[in-house]
Design a protein around this ligand. Structure first.
Ligand code: MG
Length: 253
């Protein structure tokens, strides 16, 4: 991770939009396959095949040794769940799917949380609030604002509705690296954060728990779960800062 925030040119943003569109299309394709009885490994294989068919390389596979193309996080799992033939979806589950690709030297990254069949009111509301908090964050993506305006927008929206935001994992800059500065927390940190400049590309990703904000990593070294076993949801877009406001590169989800 380099220390400076790397600004992207218009031509770089055009490539990053292509990369992110492959991500968005892959996630849309997966929506059609979410059903009781499907395994998360099947989803992983579908995603990898689809993305490679578009000449993109799954970004997470092999990243620090991560074994899957998708991060698939079920119910009380927050992020970084490992695809498995042993994880079989069932009616009432919620599944967070995070996907990234590398395409023409640039990364795309986005996430959604989906219901499996009919889910209860609490799960449905959690998905709605988490998704809405992402759009509240995106509204803050304008020149002159700071990263902290994004953080505050998520935190306020979520906490006013009785949910909590995860602290240990944060959004990030993205470009020729999957993770670049700046960090984009989903809660307000003390001190001054960077000002937004045209050409920054931000992967904004609220992770919202129905219960407390505390999380832990399971023994597999990857899967993050809520300590109190409450449900968790995750939505992410890669968004460019432009003179005309936010440009959601992973649009269409
Ligand atoms: Mg991300």
């Amino acid at each position: 991770m380099t220390s400076a925030i790397i600004l992207k040119s218009a031509s770089e943003l055009a490539i990053m939009e292509e990369a992110n569109q492959i991500v968005a299309q892959t996630l849309c394709m997966l929506k059609e396959h979410i059903a009781s009885g499907v395994t998360t490994l099947q989803l992983d294989q579908l995603a990898e095949k689809y993305a490679r068919g578009k000449n993109a390389v799954p970004a997470f596979k092999g990243y620090r040794g991560f074994p899957g193309s998708l991060c698939v996080s079920l119910n009380d799992q927050v992020v970084h769940g490992i695809p498995s033939r042993k994880v079989v979806l069932k009616e009432g589950d919620i599944l967070s799917i995070d996907f990234g690709v590398k395409y023409k030297g640039y990364y795309g990254d986005a996430a959604i949380t989906l219901p499996v069949g009919n889910v209860d009111k609490e799960a449905e509301n959690l998905l709605k609030i988490t998704r809405e908090s992402l759009y509240k964050a995106i509204e803050q993506v304008k020149i002159g604002n700071r990263i902290s305006d994004i953080s505050q927008a998520v935190q306020d929206y979520v906490e006013e509705r009785g949910y909590s935001v995860v602290r240990q994992f944060v959004g990030h800059g993205i470009g020729q690296n999957l993770h670049e500065p700046p960090e984009i927390p989903n809660y307000k940190r003390a001190g001054r954060s960077p000002k937004l400049l045209a050409g920054m590309v931000l992967a904004i990703e609220p992770m919202v728990n129905a219960g407390g904000h505390e999380v832990k990593i399971l023994g597999d070294g990857w899967t993050v779960v809520t300590i109190d076993k409450s449900l968790s949801a995750h939505f992410e877009h890669s968004v460019a800062v432009t003179e005309n406001g936010p440009l959601v590169l992973s649009h269409g989800l």
